[in-house]
Design a protein around this ligand. Structure first.
Ligand code: HEC
Length: 141
């Protein structure tokens, strides 16, 4: 009985923290990817670069000791996060999500709605190797 209660409360918590029941985001819609590309090119490309390759030597810090933009194309570690986390990182920025974090990526909650953010995620995933994509989809279910 106790185990069942724990299981049910776990389900409840994961439901509550996941307001987007449409996760995982796939790369099945050509339209969504095309929209994501446009959004990426007007909001993200300056830091994350063409083809989502990230800043040069992205593992090093920049001259003001901040992290540089990591790649989003499946070579970095963006795909280690599930969709809820990726969505929140884009929406709020790590600066808002992590206490005392001094980062350069501000969130996009004022400029992009949830659907826009999901399109960018779909676009990002269109770059990922199949095994990476599949692992991250499983993580996001
Ligand atoms: C001003 C530069 C800048 C812009 C613009 C920017 N980012 Fe970032 N991004 C970063 C940096 C730097 C990080 C590393 C974390 C940090 O320091 O905040 C990051 C981290 C991320 C991460 C986490 C990746 C990981 O490996 O953990 C994602 C996802 C992401 N950005 C997506 C986006 C998307 C999508 C956009 C456009 C809507 C965007 N970023 C715009 C600089 C930027």
């Amino acid at each position: 009985m106790k185990i069942l209660t724990i299981f049910i409360s776990f389900l409840f918590i994961s439901e509550a923290s996941n307001s987007h029941s449409h996760f995982p985001i796939t790369r099945e819609s050509v339209l969504m990817i095309a929209k994501g590309k446009i959004i990426y090119e007007s909001n993200c490309i300056g830091c994350h670069q063409v083809n989502l390759g990230g800043a040069e030597n992205w593992r090093d810090l920049d001259k003001d000791n901040h992290r540089k933009a990591p790649p989003l194309n499946g070579t970095g570690h963006a795909w280690h996060h599930d969709d809820v986390n990726l969505h929140n990182i884009i929406k709020y920025g790590l600066v808002k999500l992590v206490k005392n974090y001094d980062g350069k990526m501000l969130g996009f909650e004022k400029n992009l709605n949830d659907e826009d953010i999901d399109s960018v995620l779909s676009y990002m995933k269109s770059f990922w190797p199949n095994d990476v994509y599949q692992q991250q989809i499983n993580l996001s279910k």
